[in-house]
Unconditional design. Sequence first.
Length: 88
Amino acid sequence: MQNKVKGKLGEELAKKHLEAKGIKIIVQNYRYGHGEIDLIGLKENNFLIFFEVKYRKNNFYGDPESFVSPRQREKIIATAHAYLLAYQ
């Protein structure tokens, strides 16, 4: 399976899981400049959550958090900030 297809599958699985946990997904694949946020969810009391989805079959190579580089984190934060400025 190609990486892009795996990524979309992972996002759909994550979306279903989060919705089952009571998180309403309001945006999927939000882009700003060179940044992207996979899912943006809304929890009770209008609490926004920004998700970076990492699809893995298991944790053999480490936890998902370890697959997000510092540069990627910066881009996610900048993109989340842009979203908040545009829509809040």
